[in-house]
Design a protein around this ligand. Structure first.
Ligand code: HGY
Ligand code: MN
Ligand code: MN
Length: 412
């Protein structure tokens, strides 16, 4: 079987998809269920139908583009990723897995390959936590990791409920229908940029992911007394932003001193109220992201956060309340899928690095219901979630080629 990836088409489609953005190029912003996202979804659906795939969308907008295999009863071999993008992101995160997956399927169809298992490209809804505060909403619902009832309680930053937003976006049906039946997948493989510097540093063209780190996120509300920036003397202040500053540094310190490089913590959201230069901050909302490959170490950082909340609240006489949004287990990738990826790399005499993914992905949740592995390609300086995110054309093509080879091996 000789496989040819259509490089020009793949690269031009990545550029075309990037044009669906609410930010100035080269930045990409594509928040789930916004008009821009819906246009991008419609464009993706047309590309999949043009490629001869049958497309269905579920009640939360997960999109499945299927190439029917010769045995309709056989479990599906899946691939895919996401096309939503956080504010001021790049154009490769998620997109390489979706368009690279589509291109891999096209190359297999063109080569005359006929799968026994149906091969299905999935575009997962809301991989990014931007709109509803939790990552991987679509794959959590597909895998049953989040229940329909719990999902219905989610609201976006305007307070609009998920059900209302998705129905207005045209996705009908009940969230209960999203969960996939047991045994749906025979295998799932996700192609993604590394979002880290290791492959580039070690000059290795591909990464095979053996483990996906465990993400946790929390919201913290800090309330002080506020007041006039001139009239309130320093000893009388209960400044919510100064308390937040202490807490942020305590969180950073806990991650830095965990004893392992795999422990990371970020405060990516800091909303200050009332946000006037001459008014002492009375309320601060923080968004905290804590990850590790080891649950016990992650737990130590989360306990340190709680202890710091208590100590700072006492010392500064402000109220501090933390709310856990998610605390997920890590995922071990399946040896059989790792082996299939390794065989494909060897077949093309491509070196690869076995590695951990510190970013989370939809595969983290699909791993709850299927044997999963991921294939990484390098990204320049490891940059991601920034407009200068970049993957070289030859790396993208190599990733799609090895993915195609692997999908063929798994769907025979
Ligand atoms: O945050 C993550 O790891 C993913 O890129 N959403
Ligand atoms: Mn991302
Ligand atoms: Mn991603």
């Amino acid at each position: 079987m000789s496989l040819t990836i259509n490089r020009d088409r793949l690269l031009s489609e990545i550029d075309a998809l990037a044009s669906y953005s609410d930010a100035e190029a080269p930045a990409v912003t594509r928040i789930v269920f916004t008009p821009t996202d819906l246009k991008a979804r419609a464009w993706m659906k047309a590309r999949c139908e043009e490629a001869g795939l049958t497309v269905r969308q579920d009640a939360v907008g997960n999109t499945f583009a299927r190439w029917n295999g010769s045995d309709p009863a056989a479990p599906v071999v899946g691939t895919g990723s996401h096309i939503d993008a956080i504010p001021n992101a790049g154009k490769y995160d998620g997109v390489v897995g979706v368009l690279g997956g589509l291109e891999a399927i096209r190359a297999l169809r063109q080569s005359g390959f006929h799968p026994k298992h149906s091969i299905e490209l999935t575009i997962f809804t809301s991989e990014e936590p931007t709109r509803f505060g939790i990552g991987c909403l679509g794959s959590r619902l597909l895998s049953g990791t989040v229940s329909a009832d719990a999902a219905r309680k989610l609201t976006d930053s305007e307070g609009t409920a998920l059900d209302e937003v998705r129905r207005n976006a045209g996705f009908r049906g009940e969230l209960e229908e999203v969960k996939l039946p047991v045994g749906y997948y025979a295998a799932f493989v996700e192609l993604h940029i590394e979002q880290g510097p290791l492959l580039e540093r070690q000059q290795i063209p591909l990464g095979i992911v053996t483990k996906i780190a465990a993400p946790a996120s929390l919201r913290v509300l800090i309330e002080g007394t506020g007041g006039h920036a001139g009239g309130v003397l320093m000893p009388d202040r209960h400044d919510a932003l100064c308390a937040a500053a202490e807490l942020i540094l305590a969180i950073e310190n806990a991650a830095r001193t965990s004893g392992a490089v795999d422990t990371v913590a970020t405060v990516g959201i800091c909303e200050v109220f009332p946000g006037a230069v001459n008014s002492i901050p009375s309320r601060v909302r923080l968004g905290v992201d804590i990850r590790d490959t080891d649950l016990q170490r992650r737990g130590v950082v989360m306990h340190a956060l709680e202890a710091a909340c208590h100590a700072i609240s006492e010392k500064r006489r402000v109220s501090i309340r933390s709310e856990l949004v998610n605390a997920d287990a890590p995922a071990e990738c399946a040896p059989a899928i790792i082996e299939a990826l390794s065989q494909s790399c060897r077949k093309h005499e491509l070196n690869f690095l076995s590695m951990v993914s510190r970013a989370y992905h939809d595969s983290l949740f699909i791993a709850r219901i299927a044997p999963v592995a991921m294939l990484f390609i390098p990204c320049r300086n490891g940059y991601s979630h920034r407009p200068d995110e970049y993957a070289a054309p030859e790396d993208i093509v190599r990733g799609a080629l090895v993915l195609a080879e692997t999908l063929a091996a798994l769907s025979k």
